[in-house]
Design a protein around this ligand. Structure first.
Ligand SMILES: Nc1nc2c(ncn2[C@@H]2O[C@H](COP(=O)(O)OP(=O)(O)OP(=O)(O)O)[C@@H](O)[C@H]2O)c(=O)[nH]1
Ligand SMILES: [Mg+2]
Length: 261
């Protein structure tokens, strides 16, 4: 059966920064007024990109301090895109992202190609703002992130935009990764072929060397020829002597005498 391509999103950020709220607003069109800290939750939703349908898997994580490092690094590896969330009403949640970003960098082998979106949540709470829009934008540029967006789970401002952008970046990341893998496979295949060709060439050269070793040298050929010549000379001499004796005998027989040898 035809199965849809899965795009994996991982959300990270301080407790209370608004991760669960923006996910719930996107998935269920629901804004939770009361705060219920997350342990770990998974959500999924169908999404269209260029008339094709994909499944967007969203991981809602617990605050960074409460999670095992291996588990976190697995979550990061699995993700095709990472959402770094801070609240515009809490400077601390913004500052802690710098350290979190550093941890992600150290944890991922393909950090440079993994897309990361910076999100400033709760922008409906303008009167409580502690982090300016410019600061968010500046940080995203300094850290070379893929995108920066402010949003509000309460008013739904930019909520769809976040996940549409996340899905597109995730798809791009997956395709580039697949292309790189197939290129690496081709390079490996070519290297193997070249190695095999080198080996068979070496074998041919070895065989030739072996044959050359076994083949007679000019010296041995001339020795053999000398032996053959001397042997034929010996044979010739013997025949000559026999013929001579025969002639002498015939001559003596003709002359009525015989030689006893
Ligand atoms: N006004 C307003 N309040 C928000 C918004 N988003 C979240 N909140 C409130 O902020 C509190 C924390 O939000 P959560 O979404 O639960 O935060 P979280 O990042 O999931 O927290 P953890 O699960 O502990 O990591 C809740 O009481 C929400 O009602 C928003 O866009 N506007
Ligand atoms: Mg939560």
């Amino acid at each position: 059966m035809f199965s849809k391509r899965q795009l994996n999103v991982c959300t990270l950020g301080d407790t209370g920064s608004g991760k669960s709220s923006l996910i719930l607003q996107y998935i269920e069109s629901f804004f939770p007024e009361t705060f219920d800290p997350t342990v770990e939750d998974y959500y999924n939703k169908s999404i269209e990109i260029d008339d094709k349908s994909y499944t967007l898997n969203i991981l809602d994580t617990a605050d960074t301090d409460y999670i095992d490092e291996n588990r976190r690094s697995n979550q990061l590896e699995q993700a095709d895109v990472i959402l770094l969330v801070y609240s515009i009403t809490t400077l601390e949640s913004f500052q802690s992202l710098i350290l979190l970003h550093e941890k992600i960098k150290n944890s991922l082998c393909d950090f440079n190609s993994k897309p990361i979106i910076l999100i400033g949540s709760k922008n409906d709470l303008e009167n409580q703002r502690q982090v300016s829009y410019q600061s968010g934008l500046k940080l995203s540029q300094e850290l070379n992130l893929s995108r920066f967006l402010e949003c509000s789970a309460k008013t739904t401002y930019n909520i769809n935009e976040i996940f549409t952008e996340a899905a597109s970046l995730a798809l791009k990341y997956q395709i580039e990764k697949e292309q790189k893998t197939s290129q690496d496979d081709k390079i490996e295949e070519n290297e193997q072929e070249e190695n095999e060709q080198d080996k068979s060439h070496e074998q041919v050269v070895d065989n030739q060397i072996q044959k050359t070793k076994e083949a007679p040298t000019d010296d041995t050929i001339s020795k053999k020829q000398t032996n053959t010549i001397s042997k034929s000379r010996e044979i010739g001499t013997a025949q000559h002597t026999a013929n001579n004796n025969k002639n002498i005998n015939e001559h003596h027989e003709k002359n009525g005498c015989c030689i006893i040898m």
